[in-house]
Design a protein around this ligand. Structure first.
Ligand code: KG4
Ligand code: ZN
Length: 351
């Protein structure tokens, strides 16, 4: 069964064709990173406009690269949420129109769930259930336990910033570039992760929730302190505006902050993952989403969990439509299609 996937929840316009939920026939991603880099973050209005321009060429390219005609496509799966509303609208309206025109079943997919299904692609032996997933990206940070396809529960999540969002904000503070995750990871390679002791939020013994807002503030305060060191300034450090900080820090200080910050995020996530593992004894542990590309996170999970950690190749960790098509296959098997007129974009769609 061939499913065409469509994804436009943030700043990637993507389409892909996946057969039987695991064979990747094509995976086309038009990234807008260059458009947003100069603003240091994704600008929703710019993203939506760019999706409009890229959407149909990307769909056509995905079909062409898969060597498929419309007759060979069995269904269309599209991200319905969560994400930026203006961006989601372009993908969902395109999918609705195509489903009507081409007379194909339509599947409304949750973007966070789709990230998990990137791990089913390219494996003849699919991941086994129960499956514990950590989905960490720019917009979401959740632990999810799947007992089977379509049968899952969210075990814990961030109370404030998503993990990737925290990486992006600290990278902006240090003026390391956008997206922040890879920039922090690179700077951290030359830094000392023990240089600064940063706080890990405590949210109760049993909770699998976590928080990054205290950590972010601690990073800001430490940077303000370092920036004013040796400046002979009588100003209180916390009054130094964040946009002035990066220019007052040395490269070595930035690298040490990046490394100490990354270590704290990784330890926070791995502590919770280990607790969830010991509580639920899953057969498979997967990490998904853009932050799953982080090497330090992968290393620490492998070191501390007594099991193999499954993760997708880089291009399937960050936003793509192949993961949407992969989950769409299981929707098709379960008969979970939706009338095109009923499909709505939902920026805060829950798992
Ligand atoms: O899954 P994704 O492409 O988009 C969303 O659904 O948000 O994730 C993007 C996020 C960004 O916040 C980016 O900074 C982060 O993933 N990211 C990383 C790394 N590569 C990307 N974070 C930490 N380390 C990385 N190597
Ligand atoms: Zn994502």
């Amino acid at each position: 069964m061939n499913i065409l996937g469509i994804e436009t929840s943030c700043d990637e316009t993507a389409a892909a064709v996946v057969a039987d939920g695991n064979k990747l026939l094509s995976n086309v991603v038009a990234s807008q990173i260059d458009l947003h880099a100069k603003f240091g973050g994704v600008v929703p209005e710019v993203a939506a406009r760019s999706h409009i321009e890229a959407m149909l060429p990307v769909v056509n390219e995905a079909l062409q690269k898969a060597g498929q005609t419309w007759d060979e496509i069995d269904g269309i799966a599209v991200t319905a949420g969560p994400g930026l509303l203006g961006s989601l609208l372009i993908g969902t309206l395109t999918a609705r129109a195509l489903a009507e025109l081409k007379n194909k079943p339509l599947y409304a997919i949750n973007h966070v769930g789709a990230h998990v299904y990137a791990n089913f692609i390219g494996h003849d032996n699919p991941p086994q259930f129960p499956l514990l997933a950590l989905v960490v990206s720019g917009g979401h940070s959740q632990f999810i336990l799947f007992q089977d396809h379509g049968n899952y529960q969210v075990l814990g999540q961030t109370r404030d910033d998503a993990a990737g969002e925290a990486f992006d904000k600290v990278a902006k503070l240090l003026d390391l570039g956008f997206p922040g995750g890879p920039a922090i990871a690179k700077a951290a390679l030359d830094g000392n992760e023990g240089a600064y002791k940063l706080p890990k939020a405590k949210l109760g013994e049993d909770s699998l929730d976590y928080s990054f807002s205290g950590l972010k503030t601690a990073v800001l305060r430490k940077c303000q302190e370092l920036a004013l060191e040796g400046q002979n300034s009588s100003d209180a450090p916390h009054t130094l505006p964040s946009h002035q900080i990066a220019a007052l820090l040395t490269r070595a200080q930035k690298n040490d902050i990046a490394a100490s910050f990354q270590k704290t995020v990784v330890d926070t996530l791995v502590d919770r993952m280990l607790a969830a593992y010991e509580r639920y004894h899953p057969k498979t542990v997967v990490i998904a989403g853009g932050v799953a590309a982080n090497k330090r996170l992968r290393q620490e999970l492998s070191r501390r969990l007594p099991t193999t950690i499954t993760y997708a190749p880089m291009e399937l960790c960050t936003d793509n439509a192949a993961m949407v098509a992969a989950l769409g296959y299981w929707y098709a098997k379960a008969g979970r299609s939706i009338e095109p007129s009923q499909l709505a974009a939902d920026s805060s769609l829950a798992m």
